[in-house]
Design a protein around this ligand. Structure first.
Ligand code: SF4
Length: 240
């Protein structure tokens, strides 16, 4: 997981994240964080709920999450004594999806997988960000080739608002050191070789030496393996 980072350097980085978030509120007004409940989300939730409460939070329950993820959501609410807004897919769209592709249709083709992500993630996401002028993400450059090219603040033409990524330059080591130093809750699946966690049927543990995203949609080509909420990646997926 890399070399240890000096704790005061880490707190300095955390303070820069705080500044960036405060600046995002100052510049964009209504700001929302789409909380993925991954390791990076623990860092951002801690900083936002402790220092920048003007930023709203939500999480999407696709209906296919691991039990461990629901347990984490509950732990977060207990620790911060806050209620996390949970957004669900539209029930009728979900019924239509299952009727047309089956309950596990996402395994059968990239098109079917993207349709599932559309109904279970993208449509709820669009509903949740309606009315906001900027959204926060926990993406980091080292997570994938597509994320390596991201900017800390970008105009998100897909959704029509600014996208702010304050952890872009954080390493995985730094994320985990922050989690441990602040004794933050995290998804226990991370202790079972799940570095990146999404829906249960589309996430598996990785083997030693595999990339951290090798456990997501492992049956697809690497360039299409994105969560569907990041336009550049989705275009790559659509062309694959
Ligand atoms: S990750 Fe899998 S189960 Fe979840 S929305 Fe996408 S295709 Fe569906």
């Amino acid at each position: 997981m890399g070399e240890l980072v000096n704790l005061s350097d880490l707190e300095q980085k955390a303070s820069s994240v705080r500044e960036r978030l405060i600046e995002a509120v100052r510049e964009h007004g209504r700001v929302v964080y789409s909380n993925s409940l991954g390791a990076e989300a623990m860092v951002l939730t801690d900083i936002i709920w402790t220092h920048v409460p003007e930023i709203d939070l939500f999480s999407i329950d696709t209906g296919r999450l691991h039990q461990e993820t629901y347990d984490l959501l509950e732990k977060l609410e207990r620790r911060y004594q806050r209620s996390l807004r949970v957004v669900y897919p539209d029930a009728r769209s979900l019924e239509r999806l299952a009727a047309s592709q089956g309950v596990n249709g996402f395994y059968h083709s990239l098109e079917a997988r993207l349709s599932c992500c559309q109904v279970r993630k993208i449509e709820p996401f669009k509903r949740a960000i309606a009315g906001y002028t900027a959204w926060i993400t926990g993406v980091r450059r080292e997570q994938s080739a597509t994320r390596a090219k991201a900017d800390p603040v970008e105009w998100d033409s897909e959704y029509g608002l600014y996208k702010v990524s304050p952890l872009l330059d954080w390493s995985e080591t730094e994320v985990w050191q922050y989690i441990r130093a602040h004794k933050l809750p995290y998804n226990v699946l991370h202790d079972r070789q799940f570095p990146s966690i999404g829906c249960s049927p589309c996430t598996r543990a990785i083997q030693p030496g595999e990339s951290r995203r090798a456990g997501r949609w492992w049956w697809e080509q690497p360039e299409s393996r994105e969560c569907g909420l990041h336009p550049r990646a989705r275009h790559a997926a659509a062309q694959a």
